[in-house]
Structure formats: C-alpha cells, structure tokens
Ligand binder design. Sequence first.
Ligand SMILES: O=C(O)CCC(=O)C(=O)O
Ligand SMILES: [Fe+2]
Length: 363
Amino acid sequence: MATVCPVAPLHHGDNTSRLKITSVKTLAESSNLTSIPSGYTFSASTSDDQAVHSGHDDSIPVIDFSLFSSSNPDRRSKVVSDLAKACRDWGFFMVINHGMPESQMKATVDAFTRFFDLTEEDKREFQGKHVLDPIRCGTSFNPSVDKVLFWRDFLKVKVHPEFHCPTKPEGLREVLAEYSGVVRRLARELLSGISESLGLEPGYIHEAMDMDSSLQILTANLYPPCPQPELALGMPPHSDHGLLTILMQNGIGGLQVRHGGKWVNVDPIPKAFLVNTGDHLEIMTNGKYKSVLHRAVVNNKATRMSMPQSIGPSPNTVVTPVEQLVDGENNGAMYIAMKYKDYLELQQSNALDGKSCLDWVKI
Ligand SMILES: O=C(O)CCC(=O)C(=O)O
Ligand SMILES: [Fe+2]
C-alpha cells in the first residue's frame, strides 16, 4: 500500500504530492500515536474560540416534522412559524419525528463505516479531482489549498439529478439510493414550509430553483480519535453552499455553530436530523434567512461520523433574491446573480480562512 506520510514536508501549490496524503484514519490507527504531526497543528485556541453549551432559554430549535402532515391547520401553521423563527434566529434546527426508521439510519452509518474500512488503495480509486466530479473521497477540507490539514476523511457523492455511488463496498449503492431518496422528500416538505413562512406559495422554491434537477450531494465525514484534540480541527468554519443541509450523525458530538457571537456545541439528539439553511437560501431570501458559520471539532475518545446531504438548486439555475423579498429603496437586492455551479467552483477553489463564500457575492 503506497502512502505518503503526512509528516513529510508538504509542498504548497504542488497538488499531486498533496493528493497522496494518507487518510487520517490510517494515521490515527498507526501504533504509538501520542501527538499529531505538525501539518495538522493550529495555533492554540483563543478565548473567543472556546465553545459554550446551548442553554435552556436559547437552544437549537426542534421542529416536529410530523406536524407538516397534520390535518389540523393550526398545527401546520404553528410548525411553519416555528420554522420561520428557527431559520431567522439560528439558521439551524433539529428535526424529529421525520419518519425514517432507526434501522435505516443505522444501515447507512454501517455502510459508510465499511467504505472507510476499505484499504487506502481501494479508496484511491474514488479520489476524484474536480469539485464537480460525481464521486470524491479524500482527506482534510481542500488539501490543495489548506494551509493546515484538517483531522477528517470524507466521501462525497452526487446522488441527484443522477445517482452516483462507489462500486465498493458491496451493498453501499442500495443503502445510499434509499437514504438519499428519503432525505430528498424531507427537503421538499421543508422547502415548502419555508416558502410558506416567507409568504410565498408552498411550491415556490421548488419551481424557482428547478428542484426536479436539484443538485444533491451526500457527504460522509469521518473524524477518528485525535491524541491532541485541542490543537486540531475536523473542519474549518464555513457555511454550506446549498439551500438546505440535512445531517445525520453517529451520536458523537463535535459540530459547533456560530450563534450570538459564540461557538455553540450542538449536542446530538438521538435519531434526529440536524438541518441548516445554506448560502443559496440566504441569497434567495435576500438575507432574511442567514447561512450560518459552523465547524467541527475532534475528540480523543471516539470516532465521530457525520453524514450531511446538501440540497441545492439545479446546477444551471441562476439564483438572485426573490423580487417579493426585496423591499425597495432602503433594502435593495443584496447579492449578485450567479449560476449555482459557478458559485460551487468559486467556493471549492479557495481556502476559506474562516470566511463564508457569501462575502464574494454580497453587493
Ligand atoms: O461534521 C459535521 O458535523 C459538520 C459537517 C459539515 O459542516 C459539512 O460537511 O459541511
Ligand atoms: Fe457544513
């Protein structure tokens, strides 16, 4: 198995050598690892970086998905207004009673675990090179531009409008086809509730964003135990590019959300999905709903896995703020029009440095 150890000097700008970086999983499993290689070390965290737990009065909102199909109109309008508040105040919410059986969630986690357990050589077959490649597996965030590496391995697959999947391990394809289909239906219902919450027709976003050809990308992130978690990061602060991200995790916490000027730890709720509003919902709503920065920290005890699915417009949709949501003279359109696929290229070709890609399209 030919691998290049990450402690070897990294040649910035030399993409080919960086693409050969060993997975963090292999590194973490190497015997006697008591400290992390220097390539993964961030400077000690500042006090501003310390995260807090969300409190009783101000914690991540919880949306009861079953209420969307309630025959009682008061219950439906209550969940739509809860959704509006969650999108406005947090940009993040938990979804419970979503109808996906626990056995299906577990089968998905197991299938991804088997993928990450493949040999380095097997995984390299699925490495991909370009941001729009339908299957990409790798490590860090964007190794060709990251100044410091992230303690994370990943697999990204485009599951809609065409469905792609690695040919290994056996059974992955069936599990992902089913899982991504259920999440797409969940997203459709949430986007219809979000349209209503903005005073638009329920089908507005679906039509305007050409969601029958929606770009849906499924990611599996693996964060193995890290001997010095305070010095490393699993994922840098970033916002997500799509309309919504719907994330499942394996019960181990690590996600932190920027809220009220602080990093807030998200404690997983068993069986719940975590949903956040992405850059294109912020653009579409002219900033009424924000796409919030978040990051992943690591721990020294257990492997964490998160499986977000980004639900975006169709790649060729040119997204601009919705006319009805642009108030006029004092509040004109705040974002330039851009094709979704061009935005993706822009985001993935730049190092983030703790910033949101949205800064580039703000007027
Ligand atoms: O691991 C997590 O919880 C965060 C993952 C994430 O933000 C992403 O993949 O965009
Ligand atoms: Fe994210």
